[in-house]
Design a protein around this ligand. Structure first.
Ligand code: ZN
Length: 222
């Protein structure tokens, strides 16, 4: 399977031809440059050579890190989500690395995300040695706390970030206000003590770990 291909499109601003690279698979260890681009948010953007306008280019991609034991599929629609789940389920013991045919450990964490931002977040969580399930619960707790200080505005999104070892939860409100709170090791461990044993909750949805997953878990445990 080719790992990358070239696509051409017309710049929406000036109509010039833009050539862009699309990657079907990125291996965190073997493609460090592409990994960096995912983390910087530039792998899914193409710059017009004439006017400099950046255009978002969304395309599916498999990111994997065999050393740390995780693989993440980035897809964009419900049909692809369904197909990826079917694929994960039917190939539990014989998932192979798309790039070199190596077998992947069956304990490898498998995830599905639906935006480049979520892919970036997952990589940062796993590379920080953290559990994304616990981080989703932690994000809800932080968002609830931040929401208390708001009037006529709501927390709309929350992301984990790790910049040079500084781990934070970044939150954004509907009106564009931003909150950044450091990740407390103590709170993370408390969440792990309380919810860690429920890690296999909702087996069907276990590939999609997001705020909906976390809310479902909290509801089920009430
Ligand atoms: Zn242009």
């Amino acid at each position: 399977m080719a790992m990358r291909s070239k696509v051409n499109f017309k710049c929406p601003e000036c109509n010039a031809n833009v050539e862009a690279e699309q990657w079907t698979a990125v291996n965190g260890e073997k493609n460090p440059q592409q990994k960096l681009k995912i983390l910087e948010g530039t792998l899914f953007k193409a710059k017009c050579p004439k006017c400099g306008k950046e255009t978002k280019i969304g395309y599916p991609l498999l990111y994997n890190d065999t050393k740390q034991g995780y693989m993440i599929w980035l897809v964009y629609d419900d049909e692809s989500v369904k197909n990826t789940i079917d694929y994960f389920k039917s190939s539990k013991n014989d998932i192979v690395d798309d790039e070199n045919g190596e077998e992947v450990d069956e304990n490898c964490r498998r995830r599905i995300v639906m935006s480049p931002e979520s892919l970036r977040e997952k990589i940062m969580i796993f590379d920080s040695g953290l559990d994304d399930k616990m981080i989703e619960i932690l994000k809800l707790a932080y968002a609830k706390e931040a929401q208390r200080t708001l009037r006529d505005d709501n927390i709309a999104a929350a992301f984990f970030s790790n910049r040079n070892g500084e781990k934070h939860i970044e939150m954004y409100t509907e009106k564009g206000k931003a909150f950044v709170s450091p990740v407390s090791k103590k709170i993370y461990e408390e969440i792990e003590d309380k919810y860690g044993g429920k890690a296999s909750y909702a087996e069907d949805r276990v590939f999609i770990i997001d705020d909906v997953w976390a809310l479902d878990l909290l509801r089920a445990m009430r």
